[in-house]
Design a protein around this ligand. Structure first.
Ligand code: X2X
Length: 334
């Protein structure tokens, strides 16, 4: 009797222990990104969490933190934090990584790309892998490339049709390369966190900004604060979903495979919804009362020529090996 009773207790303890173990081994990873929770970045991050959780039967879940909350509002600090393992996961765009890895400016050189096919030939091909190897040296494992998009100009002063129209505009920019681009155009650039930009636009601290239509301008309702948009496609910005190398190395090969697969699928979907929102975006912005200008090929050529000094300066920082790898992948699509 006594033994049986003890056996029963032991069994109960065993079950409780197993349950606790189950809870203890289920892990919640923290994912940081630097835009609002209505954006395609956020949706892509959430999708990744769902897919990962499904693939691991709930052993791994992801909590998504928007607006660079986990890096004190500093969007450029996220990559460095992931690199040293202070953050597990990040969705951020290439330009935000340039303080840590200047070579990441390659994607956003003014007028490097003129189509999505050209973009995909690099982010989804060997040049993307080349950049992933460089990020790995900084402790960041790139799981998949997603999309911020072609960055379009908005402002409250005038409809910009030519480089001359940029003169004297007070422009918010996100990173150092864009300061050089804006200076080349005769605008007055100020570097500012995205999380502070909407208020700055509202209060007229700056006249304008530039961001992709589908991923940011529409979901963050920039049209509420800005009157004019010029679809000048001057710079492309990819996002990537990255995991800290420290976290990655702690996972077994099977879990790594599940994580990569979830990331690839989530970012493919994120690219698709960003492109769809961009395609329908100009009509939507007009409905919302924005005046939208789509420059002609000759007008685009004038912007390209005016921004060439910034292209050359940053191509120099990136280095010829990378620039040539990108340019030859781009030429290969045409
Ligand atoms: O800050 C921006 O403009 C944004 C959201 O596009 C980036 O993260 C670069």
């Amino acid at each position: 009797m006594k033994a049986a009773k003890l056996g029963g207790r032991a069994l109960a303890a065993l079950i409780a222990g197993a349950l606790m173990l189950g809870t203890a081994s289920a892990e919640t990873l923290r994912l940081s990104h630097n835009v609002g929770d209505t954006t395609t970045w956020h949706k892509g991050a959430e999708k990744f969490g769902e897919l990962l959780s499904e693939a691991t039967d709930g052993e791994m879940t992801v909590r998504v933190f928007p607006n660079a909350q986990l890096s004190g509002g500093d969007q450029m600090k996220q990559a460095e934090m992931v690199g040293r393992g202070a953050l597990d996961l990040v969705v951020t765009s290439a330009i935000n990584v340039t303080p840590l890895v200047p070579e990441m400016a390659i994607f956003s050189l003014p007028y490097l790309y003129s189509s999505y096919d050209e973009v995909d030939a690099t982010t989804q091909g060997a040049p993307g892998e080349m950049m992933a190897r460089i990020l790995l040296e900084k402790g960041i494992v790139v799981l998949a490339w997603g999309e911020n998009g072609f960055r379009e100009l908005t402002n409250n002063v005038r409809l910009v049709k030519s480089p001359e129209d940029m003169k004297g505009l007070n422009m918010r920019v996100s990173g150092p390369m864009y300061i050089d681009v804006m200076n080349a155009l005769g605008a007055n650039p100020t570097q500012m966190q995205w999380s502070e930009t909407l208020t700055a636009l509202q209060q007229g601290v700056v006249d304008g900004q530039e961001n992709p239509i589908g991923a940011v301008i529409i979901p963050q309702q920039v049209y509420e604060m800005q009157k004019y948009l010029t679809a000048w496609h001057y710079s492309y910005d990819p996002v990537f979903l990255g995991v800290s190398k420290a976290k990655w190395d702690s996972l077994d090969a099977e879990t790594q495979e599940k994580m990569r697969k979830a990331a690839v699928e989530a970012m493919a979907w994120q690219r698709q919804i960003s492109r769809e929102a961009t395609a329908s975006g100009i009509a939507f912005l007009r409905e919302k009362g924005m005046e939208v200008y789509e420059p002609t090929a000759e007008e685009l050529q004038a912007f390209r020529a005016a921004t060439k000094p910034a292209f050359d300066k940053w191509a120099g920082k990136v280095g010829s090996e990378i620039v040539e790898a990108f340019q030859s992948a781009i030429v290969g699509t045409n």
